[in-house]
Ligand binder design. Structure first.
Ligand code: IMP
Length: 185
């Protein structure tokens, strides 16, 4: 694994190393194991929240060893580093992949909780057998509404982060580690 740079610059902001590639990998392995213990040999549907969760979901699916379908959902609510507070559904889940299935809902980060608060009822209306919500990151101090999270990778402070699929205005998704906004600049 490559040595991460000390700080990185994306647009006008600087970010410092926060979660290494190794820590993420180890935690994703643990989450995958827990998921396979909970869901056994069921054929599940991984519902992946685009765009931020696609890298996490790919690693989690392989770490769990669970077979089944994958389905992508896209909402929008963010502008820059602040939640815009509204959630639009841009890409909806395919109903046939949800009905009567065990769903692993994969999110990159629960921040205000508004995205999950808006999306969970839409998913429930499609009649899944169960929903297991897994989020790689959780910012509990930023949370404004209750969200029934089943598994959390890392609980983190209320600071903007990038990398491992998460971006800052289109930059940083490719980074193998996670970086945190450095406000000292
Ligand atoms: P929420 O609706 O405020 O919970 O935010 C959910 C979505 O906002 C996540 O799926 C992310 O795409 C985005 N988001 C929230 N915090 C961050 C962050 O620190 N970095 C990058 N994206 C974030």
């Amino acid at each position: 694994m490559s040595t991460p740079p000390a700080t990185i610059r994306l647009h006008e902001l600087r970010f410092r190393p926060f979660l290494t590639e190794e820590r993420i990998k180890q935690r994703v392995e643990e989450l995958g194991k827990t998921l396979s213990e909970r869901l056994g040999n069921e054929e599940v549907t991984f519902v992946v929240m685009l765009k931020g969760a696609y890298i996490f979901a790919a690693d989690l699916m392989r770490a769990s060893g669970l077979g089944g379908e994958v389905c992508f959902v896209r909402t929008s609510s963010y502008s820059g580093t602040e939640s815009a507070g509204r959630v639009n559904l841009i890409l909806a889940p395919e109903p046939d992949l949800i009905r009567d299935r065990d769903i692993v809902l994969v999110e990159d980060i629960v921040d205000s909780g508004l995205t999950m608060q808006a999306f969970l009822p839409i998913l429930e209306d499609l009649g899944p057998r169960s929903i297991t919500l897994v989020t790689l990151l959780h910012k509990p101090e930023a949370q404004r509404v209750d969200v029934p999270i089943d598994l959390v990778g890392f609980t983190i402070p209320t600071k903007f982060v990038v990398g491992y699929g998460l971006d800052y205005d289109g930059l940083g998704r490719q980074l193998p580690a996670i970086y945190q906004l450095d406000e000292s600049y």
